[in-house]
Design a protein around this ligand. Structure first.
Ligand SMILES: Nc1ncnc2c1ncn2[C@@H]1O[C@H](COP(=O)(O)OP(=O)(O)OP(=O)(O)O)[C@@H](O)[C@H]1O
Length: 706
């Protein structure tokens, strides 16, 4: 996360829309409630017209009732009429609120649900590139603004404009001279409105985007509070935040200045014009060109118009902000869903499009064979002419086989395994499940067959039970006894029985993101979740990294026992894990350079030995030897080790079989430095190497406080 410079504000996506086009996109959310909005608008209009009728009654009162010889009864009649109009105005305002609030809240709710639904459908690549704060501000602040605009701003804007138009007509009917004077003040206002609209819209978009960036920063710093504290970077984080907050404040002040200047104009001009109108009006009355009643009605009408005239600027600002909110909402809705089921809409907002999955992929439930055929992948944000991260990946896993995937850091292992459940799509070649391209499957069906557990175990603020059974088959969830049995099996396999010792057992709430658990506990719950999904193919992206060696071995052994029929592709960072796999694939710089059993690879591949020697588990040489899995075979890394391309394959002397194919080694400088750094740690401080990674409060891989 950035702790200093404010992040780049995400700018307008998509095309510019008119207010009408933007409102058209809101139309489906008003389904069934449109009449209420119209009824509210009518009530508000009537209230405005009633307010304008009162000066007309005053005119009649002054001209006829208050004339010499006017009757007292007429006075009382006029009073009753004015009181009745006042009450009617109050009732109409009440009705406006009663009618309008449900559609406003309804639109906010529907828009929020549509946005969330879209976020669920959008591919991981979208989430990689969109800051979470932007999405948060679009789903909370923007939609709140939209509700207020629908409930109040939109109606009052229309009502104000109508009131001003009708009011002007009445002013002209009182006296065309006075009407012209009043109108003369309106012309500069209309002229300024045009510029105001553009300035305010730009400022409004900028401030809403910057508010999204600020939300991202808050979200990141709350999420990463432990790291900030552990590294004492609170002050820098605060400074970075302050910089962003100041930028936003600057934009808000600019926005308020633009608005204030406009409001000042639309308030001051009519008031000044009224002064002129008073002088001219008195002259016209004195010369008998207009009646006293007409003059009184003119000023009473001008007083009624003062409110709409003053608020029209605010309401226009609110309307423009609402339009920006709608634009920002549509930006997300219109982002293409380029990973979808066959036949499913990938563009636009057709959220109800039904997937038309490939028939054979739906019906045929094979045994869980997994294959990569010439798979190639490049991240969407990588330069188009860059070398693909993964190239010519060809691998075959037979049903029930366990294959470990090893490679140095950054070689593309996590990326490769994410191609299986289509978190990303290959850019060339194919990934096949039971002989069918994964792109041919209905996504739900594919993800039912393939379950994945990540190193970064994300849990939800819910009970352990619900976290584990998140992806369990529905027919099992429907039967509480079966669900309990599945829960037990999953927890037992993942060595997560600690769940039963928690205050409320498996029904214990684990807090936001499961942060009340240790890293190893979180990983085991996440692993149990993948097991409980009962997949045909289990993809494990180094999900046991925070476990100590022995626990990891127990988990791996239980996995093999319980999931003997499940095809498993596991990214491994420990010799004990790879040793339990049927076969191991070696990934190097985005290519599979060898596939074989652990023993075969140790014997024939210098690349493999080099990778194995870089594994963190080397810290715990004793543990590895204890495990008995690779006793006598694990190469020992020495601090002066230079990597395979120095002509000495690592561990060459450690294994009698290690003939070595040194010429196959082709590591990047980064990879080599990573290995050398590890070797230095082992040499300098072997004791430190033995860690209980499953201890709450420490992350074994990074050493960071959690
Ligand atoms: N979302 C992303 N967008 C762009 N590039 C990415 C993305 N995720 C990973 N990369 C890049 O892809 C490369 C491979 O990353 P990947 O996580 O697949 O490697 P890995 O072998 O799993 O590494 P490790 O063992 O450290 O987990 C890295 O250089 C990384 O910077």
């Amino acid at each position: 996360m950035s702790t200093s410079a404010p992040s780049q504000t995400r700018r307008v996506q998509g095309e510019e829309r008119t207010l009408r086009q933007a409102l058209g996109r809101l139309s489906p959310y008003l389904q069934g409630m449109r009449w209420r909005w119209v009824a509210g608008l009518i009530a508000a209009m009537l209230a405005g017209l009633v307010a304008l009728a009162i000066p007309q009654v005053i005119q009649v009162l002054v001209n006829s009732v208050l004339r010499p010889g006017g009757s007292q009864t007429d006075v009382w009649s006029a009073v009753v009429v004015i009181a009745a109009l006042g009450i009617a105005e109050g009732v109409l305002i009440f009705l406006r609120r009663v009618f309008i609030l449900p559609p406003a809240a309804g639109v906010e709710n529907s828009a929020r649900v549509a946005l969330y639904r879209r976020l669920q459908r959008l591919p991981v690549a979208f989430h990689d590139s969109w800051p979470s704060g932007q999405l948060l501000s679009r789903s909370v602040a923007d939609l709140g603004l939209l509700r207020r605009w629908i409930a109040f701003g939109s109606v009052m804007f229309v009502v104000s404009l109508v009131t001003i138009a009708v009011g002007l007509a009445l002013l002209f009917s009182s006296s065309w001279v006075l009407g012209l004077i009043y109108l003369a003040g309106a012309i500069p206002i209309m002229w300024r409105s045009f510029y105001f609209r553009n300035d305010f819209r730009a400022a409004s978009r900028l401030s809403q985007d910057q508010a999204g960036d600020l939300a991202t920063t808050v979200e990141e710093s709350v999420h990463g509070i432990r790291v900030l504290k552990a590294f004492g970077r609170g002050r820098e984080a605060l400074e970075g935040f302050r910089g962003q907050a100041d930028t936003l404040r600057g934009t808000e002040v600019h926005k308020a200045t633009v608005l204030s200047k406009f409001i000042a104009l639309i308030v001051a001009l009519p008031e000044a014009v009224l002064g002129v109108a008073l002088a001219v009006g008195l002259y016209l009355t004195a010369t008998g060109e207009i009646t006293v009643g007409a003059l009184a009605a003119f000023f009473a009408t001008a007083a009624v118009l003062a409110g709409p005239v003053e608020s029209v600027g605010q309401l226009m600002g609110m309307t423009l902000s609402a339009k920006t909110a709608i634009d920002r909402h549509i930006d997300v809705l219109d982002s293409p869903v380029d990973i979808a089921s066959p036949g499913e809409a990938t563009f636009g907002g057709d959220e109800r499009a039904q997937p038309a999955a490939h028939a054979s992929a739906q019906e045929h439930r094979g045994g869980g064979a997994l294959a990569f055929r010439g798979a190639q992948f490049r991240y969407p944000d990588a330069p188009a002419d860059s070398t693909p991260l993964l190239q010519e990946i060809t691998l075959e896993l037979v049903p029930g086989e366990t294959m470990a995937l090893v490679g140095l850091t950054g070689s593309g292992k996590s990326t490769l395994v994410q191609l299986v459940p289509r978190l990303y799509d290959v850019t060339a070649g194919a990934v096949l499940v039971d002989g069918t391209d994964v792109r041919e499957f209905d996504l739900t069906e594919l993800r039912r067959r393939v379950s994945i557990a990540f190193e970064d175990a994300t849990l939800f603020s819910d009970t352990i039970r619900n976290n584990v059974l998140l992806g369990a088959p529905e027919q099992i969830l429907a039967d509480p006894a079966l669900a309990d049995a599945l829960l037990e099996l999953a927890l037992d396999t993942a060595q997560a029985q600690f769940a039963h010792e928690m205050p409320e057992g498996v029904d214990t709430e684990i807090g936001e993101e499961g942060l009340s658990l240790s890293g190893g506990q979180r990983q085991r719950i996440a692993l149990a979740r993948s097991i409980a999904a009962q997949p045909q193919i289990l993809v494990l992206d180094d999900p046991l990294s925070a476990l100590d060696v022995r626990t990891e071995e127990k988990v791996t052994a239980r996995l093999r026992e319980v999931l003997s029929g499940t095809t498993t592709l596991i990214v491994a960072h420990r010799p004990s894990t790879v040793a339990l796999a049927d076969r191991v694939a070696v990934l190097q710089q985005g290519r599979i350079v060898d596939v074989g059993t652990h023993t075969e690879l140790l014997r024939r591949s210098a690349d493999y030995r080099f990778i194995i020697s870089s594994f963190e588990e080397d810290r715990s040489i004793e543990s590895v030897m204890d495990s008995g899995v690779i006793t006598g075979m694990l190469p020992v890394v020495s601090p002066d080790h230079q990597g395979p391309d120095d002509g000495h394959a690592p561990g060459q002397g450690a294994s009698p079989d290690a003939g070595g194919d040194e010429d196959g080694a082709d590591f990047t400088e980064t990879e080599r430095r990573a290995v050398e750094a590890r070797a230095d740690v082992v040499a300098d401080n072997p004791a430190e190497a033995v860690t209980d990674a499953d201890t709450p409060g420490t992350d074994a891989r990074t050493g960071e406080a959690r």
